[in-house]
Design a protein around this ligand. Structure first.
Ligand code: NAD
Length: 499
């Protein structure tokens, strides 16, 4: 294993500088390659995810379908996204045009996490390619079958100039971070996010950090409790709780505590049967280490544990049952570190201010905020008092599936967003292009006082004019010179035709 990836980066950068990744056709061809790779190997992907994490087939295939749609939509919209955005020009700079061009960064690094190892590597890759970058992709070592799939299959469908894959563990990540990239897109824990940010700062490299956190679920007294319970249990159980935006803890109005608890239990039974161990819809912990972490959290939880069925946590199969932990005291480790597993603490609150205080003390900037309520003001009040990357009213997790919305964090849950056009923007920077005429110059021609000594204005008037122009000078666009010439010719033709 090399101690840095300078030569790999140089190869990617050379292709980028030579313009290999920039044309619309090239970008579309790579996106089509990703679609084809996924469509050709859905079965293989499901098998890899089952082997790595015990993922149910539907969940596993879902990762591929989301990526396929994302790649197709990026391809369909790419021409519009790439088009320069015309802007107004201050009167002093005319004749000129102004535009924002979304420009790629160059050689970029993507580091993925283990929990959705296909989705969270391929989705950013789609953004990076659509944006015109050359990418080094590093999947998680905790899902070796998926990492192996990406390393073997991607090169057959995507050009080497657009993407290379490197697999390996923390040592490989560290070596990659010892290399200067033009942009780093990292998805993972806040702890490693800090390591990435520190490494990037050394080279002044911009980053997007998609991190985790503790997503609170506030169940207001006005909520439909049975429906709230159905949605909370369903989304908490996806991937055995190993989802960055899984409901992390529930805050319920004191008056509805008992009723909600009974609805949650009836939903656990309805969705996973009397013996969840046997359910085909329920996944497993990724590794024994992750399983052991859950067991430790349970030992230290301090609340009452509630489960359905007779099966208890099973280390051999990494089965950790969905467990409610009622009346968890503030200060419990369950309310300080991200759970990232199927344990769901329940805490009561006496007022919305009380709930807000608790959320702020647990994690003031979660990745997501969930509110179950029928009262709009309740949702608005909580949104106003808690900062979060996203908000979902009356459900959990589903905001991630709605790709018209950006997805990302704030503060400790990260920065930078993904999904559709948002990914394209994340992997580009807004490059300003002000294009003046090479000869004609309005402040030479009329008495404009910007900078030319030859400006014809009275010296006493110049500061007054300057102030006026800076304060009130209008911004507008002019048609291109050749359009003006055509318009003039057309006017002349019409004039002579009539006379
Ligand atoms: P992780 O931070 O442990 O690992 C992520 C990647 O970082 C892996 O590829 C790993 O090789 C690398 N890495 C680990 N230790 C490193 C080190 N010391 N130096 C350099 N690189 C290192 O995360 P994980 O356990 O794979 O994933 C779970 C975390 O990711 C959770 O916190 C979850 O909330 C978060 N997550 C966030 C999002 C999001 O979109 N915001 C999505 C999925 C997961």
């Amino acid at each position: 294993m090399p101690s840095d990836y300078n030569s790999a980066r140089d190869e990617l950068k050379a292709g980028f500088v030579a313009g290999k990744c920039s044309s619309l056709e090239f970008r579309r061809a790579q996106l089509a390659g990703i679609v084809k790779m996924l469509e050709d190997h859905v079965e293989e992907i499901a098998t890899a995810l089952a082997a790595d994490m015990g993922r149910p087939k539907g969940e596993a295939e879902g990762e591929a379908w989301i990526c396929i749609r994302e790649a197709k939509e990026a391809s369909a919209n790419l021409k519009t996204w790439m088009a320069p955005e015309q802007k107004g020009v201050h009167v002093m700079f005319h004749p000129a045009s102004a535009a924002v061009r979304r420009s790629p960064f160059g050689a970029v690094l993507i580091i993925g996490p283990y929990n959705y190892p296909l989705l969270l590597t391929i989705e950013p890759l789609i953004g990076a390619i659509a944006a015109g970058n050359a990418t080094m992709l590093k999947p998680s070592e905790l899902t070796p079958k998926v990492a192996d799939f990406l390393e073997r299959r991607l090169p057959a469908y995507v050009a080497r100039e657009a993407c290379q894959v490197v697999t390996g563990g923390v040592d490989v990540s560290k070596a990659l971070l010892a290399t200067k990239w033009d942009f780093i897109y990292f998805t993972g824990s806040p702890r490693v996010g800090q390591i990435v940010a520190t490494a990037a700062a050394k080279f002044m490299t911009p980053t997007a950090l998609e991190l985790g956190g503790k997503a609170p679920v506030v169940v207001h007294e006005s909520a439909d409790l049975q429906e709230a319970a159905r949605r909370i249990i369903n989304t908490k159980a996806i991937n055995a709780g190993q989802t960055c935006i899984a409901p992390d803890y529930v805050l319920v109005d004191e008056a509805r505590h008992d009723a909600l608890l009974s609805c949650l239990q009836s939903e656990m039974r309805a969705q996973f049967g009397d013996e969840p161990f046997a359910s085909k819809d329920y996944g497993r912990m990724c590794s024994v280490t992750h399983f052991d972490r859950m067991v430790d959290l349970l030992h230290q939880s301090g609340g009452e544990q509630i489960r359905i069925g007779s099966s208890s946590p099973d280390r051999a199969t990494k089965f950790m049952p969905l467990t409610l932990i009622d009346r968890v005291p503030l200060g419990s480790p369950l309310l300080s570190e991200e759970i990232f597993g199927p344990l769901l603490p329940i805490v009561s609150y006496s007022s919305l201010e009380d709930a807000t205080r608790t959320i702020r003390s647990v994690d003031p900037t979660p990745l997501s905020l969930y509110v179950f309520t029928r009262v709009d003001e309740v949702a608005e009040t909580l949104m106003a008092s808690i900062q979060s990357g996203s908000v979902l009213i009356n459900d959990c997790v589903m905001q991630h599936m709605n790709h018209s919305l950006p997805f990302g964090g704030i503060g400790s849950s990260g920065h930078g967003v993904c999904h559709g056009r948002w990914s394209f923007e994340t992997f580009t920077f807004p490059r300003s292009v002000l294009w003046r005429h090479g000869k004609y110059d309005i402040d030479q021609t009329v008495p404009m006082p910007l900078r030319h000594v030859s400006a014809k204005a009275d010296p006493a008037l110049r500061p007054v004019l300057l102030k006026m122009f800076l304060l009130y000078g209008p911004y507008f666009t002019l048609p291109k010179a050749r359009h003006l010439v055509f318009a003039l010719l057309a006017a002349l033709v019409v004039y002579f035709a009539r006379h």
